[in-house]
Design a protein around this ligand. Structure first.
Ligand code: PCA
Length: 321
């Protein structure tokens, strides 16, 4: 009898194990980052809507795969779903990186318009790799972190400058700074060891890295609103039941709306947090603004020269609207 009960329990256990599945989901940013919070909410929404049949287990801060490997891990099916910084794919096609062109889209309205132009094109490009975008959320506008106020682009010359994607590498080089690749989670250490002296990123990443521990000035250049994207492996998605597929798509739509709202709120809140912690929050001088715009113009001209027809289609759809 005991043996029967035990095997019965095992059979039951196995039964649920076969039905319910867990998706491991690597993400690059830390737990306090609003993108990660939004993704955990997304996972919970999927779990609720499927009565626990599909659980998404979030592995944040590059703990399962380093950021640079997340896309290929989803592509190869090592994991069914993952998040990454969209513009890191601009080496594959510039269509992925158009959101990081300085001063092309600097408000949430413009960022939304740009995403609408970008979405069909990158959906097509990702589809060729067996991937499908689920949702994409922008970071707040990117500002400049330095020690002391930067009065003109000349003041950036020679600084060890953080670059998180190819566009920012080009930007740093045009400003005669020295680009250094550092993941967001490694920012505090890179500054404390002298690897970095300046960076461009959002108030979210600035405040989450406690930027006041290593720089004293934030200049609101509001230069671009780059996005994160969550993609799913299409084969993994196709294996879900119809109800589960709907649960994922519904939760993704909700996460996209919620994520954009969170981002908008963060912009002011995190800037205030930096101010409360003693940082000077300054507007760019006209001279700095002009110098940055000149770099932006040069970058866009280079971009157009190298852009694929797909990338140009995104720019035309955005500018033509
Ligand atoms: N934070 C991320 C990407 C853009 C942003 O605001 C980072 O700095 O890596």
């Amino acid at each position: 009898m005991i043996r029967f009960a035990a095997s019965f329990a095992v059979a039951l256990g196995l039964g649920t194990a076969v039905q319910a599945q867990t998706w491991d989901m690597p993400t690059p940013y830390g737990d306090t980052t609003f993108h990660t919070v939004n993704i955990r909410d997304f996972a919970e929404d999927v779990s609720k809507a499927t009565d626990g049949k599909l659980e998404i287990k979030v592995h944040s801060a590059g703990s399962l795969f380093p950021h640079s490997e997340i896309k290929n891990a989803v592509r190869s099916g090592q994991v069914p779903i993952g998040e990454f910084f969209l513009s890191t794919l601009s080496n594959e096609d510039l269509a992925f990186g158009v959101d990081s062109q300085p001063f092309l889209a600097t408000s949430y309205d413009q960022a939304e318009k740009l995403w609408e132009a970008q979405k069909p094109v990158i959906t097509k490009l990702l589809d060729k790799q067996g991937l499908m975008p689920l949702f994409s959320v922008p970071w707040p506008a990117q500002g400049l972190y330095t020690n002391g106020e930067i009065k003109s682009v000349d003041d950036l010359a020679g600084l060890r400058f953080r670059a998180y994607n190819p566009a920012l590498e080009e930007f740093a080089a045009l400003a005669k700074a020295a680009p250094v690749q550092v993941e967001a989670v490694d920012i505090p250490q890179a500054f404390s060891t002298g690897q970095l002296q300046a960076m461009i990123t959002s108030p979210s990443t600035g405040a989450n890295s406690k930027a006041w521990d290593f720089v004293d000035t934030y200049t609101k250049i509001d230069a671009w609103l780059p996005k994160n994207i969550v993609v799913v492996n299409k084969r993994a998605f196709d294996r879900l039941s119809e109800d589960e597929q709907k649960a994922v798509m519904d939760a993704a739509a909700t996460a996209q709306t919620r994520g954009w709202e969170m981002s908008k709120k963060e912009a002011a809140e995190k800037t205030a947090e930096m101010k409360d912690n003693g940082m000077a929050i300054v507007d760019p001088s006209p001279e700095l603004e002009q110098g940055l715009k000149k770099i932006g113009d040069e970058m866009l001209a280079n971009w157009k020269e190298k852009a694929s027809p797909d990338a140009l289609e995104v720019l035309q759809a955005y500018q033509g609207n």
